[in-house]
Design a protein around this ligand. Structure first.
Ligand SMILES: [Zn+2]
Length: 356
């Protein structure tokens, strides 16, 4: 009897296979599918024993919903989930053998969240993970942002692709949900949790923003400009961008794509050539307050660490116009102008070869 059943079963499988081939199908016909569904449906209660439901009580089986639920449950089994949801950032000291994925798993977070929460330490590079480092562990997947003078809630929310209310409503941020987004009155230096926030990963270098595509710099920070701009075209003979002439700090190299020119906070910063402002504002990746001018000649110049900005997106500037004040914002150890020159043809070049 058993053998007969076996033979019949085998025949049935062969028959289905032959049917499939005849139909010219790569996969089994639909009639074979319900077996799988039944198996998964009956497996459900054993996976989640705490739910006291008979099969009859289960809702109509839905493959998509069920598989999503299954992943979420099995993940929580191996995760340190506190009994009450955590609202603020905690510190994880990196241990020998820790990996980005291991740490993320331990706190039920995506690996991205570990990088986004620790840009200053990790620079978006997991290879920078070192035992002894104190990592910020966000309470929720998202990004972590330090408020800067002149920031707007809308700009910050836009940048991280969330709603203003996502930021205002997160209890750990201690903000009044009725806050006016235009005038949030958030103190510079305040760290905000951006639940659900995300951004692209970025190296330290600024992308090549041009008047035709200033939005490419939108990964760099709220100073990015949006539209296509028209305006003055330069003469490709460049002027010194600040009264000081001495290179102090880094000169041009592989890891430093510009020169640092010495001076004092507030010293004038001049447009090195005529053009259009294609970036004006904070930059997340070390440049601090940043201006990029596109000269319409295939050249762009970049002015970083500024204390003040005198120009905005799309503004026409002429050679020698004051575009801002020297400062020490971003990754900076003393007042200087970090100045870069970029050509569509040559890439980033040593400004000392082009300045008078
Ligand atoms: Zn520099």
């Amino acid at each position: 009897m058993m053998r007969l059943a076996g033979h019949l079963g085998l025949l049935a499988v062969i028959a289905v296979g032959v049917y499939a081939v005849r139909m010219g199908l790569d996969t089994l016909p639909v009639t074979a599918a319900p077996r799988v569904e039944t198996l998964e449906a009956t497996a459900q209660p054993t996976v989640t024993p705490e739910i006291q439901l008979g099969i009859d009580d289960l809702p109509a089986f839905n493959t998509e919903f069920s598989s999503v639920e299954g992943i979420a449950r099995s993940k929580s089994i191996h995760t340190v989930i506190p009994s009450r949801p955590r609202l603020s950032v905690i510190i994880h000291q990196v241990q020998k053998g820790d990996t980005l994925f291991g740490i993320a798993d331990q706190y039920g977070l995506k690996p991205e969240t570990i990088l986004w929460g620790n840009f200053e330490l990790l620079q978006d590079n997991p290879h920078n993970l070192t035992p002894g480092q104190d990592l910020n562990i966000l309470p929720v997947d998202g990004t972590y942002y330090q408020w800067h003078e002149g920031d707007g809630l809308l700009g910050v929310a836009d940048f991280f692709e969330v709603e203003v209310s996502d930021i205002l409503d997160w209890p750990g941020n201690d903000l009044d949900p009725r806050t006016d987004p235009a005038q949030p009155g958030i103190a510079a230096g305040t760290w905000l949790i951006i639940p659900g926030g995300q951004r692209e990963f970025q190296s330290w270098r600024a992308p090549a923003a041009t008047r035709a595509n200033p939005a490419i710099a939108s990964v760099s920070g709220p100073g990015a400009c949006g539209s296509i701009y028209d305006g003055p075209v330069g003469i490709s003979a460049f002027a010194w961008p600040t009264p000081g002439r001495s290179v102090s700090g880094y000169t041009f190299s592989d890891y430093h794509p510009g020169i640092d020119i010495g001076g004092a906070i507030g010293n004038a910063i001049f447009a090195a050539d005529s053009g259009v402002v294609v970036y004006a504002g904070w930059n997340y990746y070390g440049y601090g307050n940043l201006v990029i001018v596109d000269h319409g000649t295939g050249w762009q110049t970049l002015y970083a660490h500024l204390s003040t900005l005198n120009v905005g997106c799309g503004q026409a500037v002429f050679q020698g116009n004051v575009i801002g004040g020297m400062g020490c914002t971003g990754n900076c150890s003393g007042p200087h102008l970090h100045f870069e020159m970029r050509s569509d043809l040559y890439g980033r070049v040593n400004p000392l070869l082009y300045l008078p």
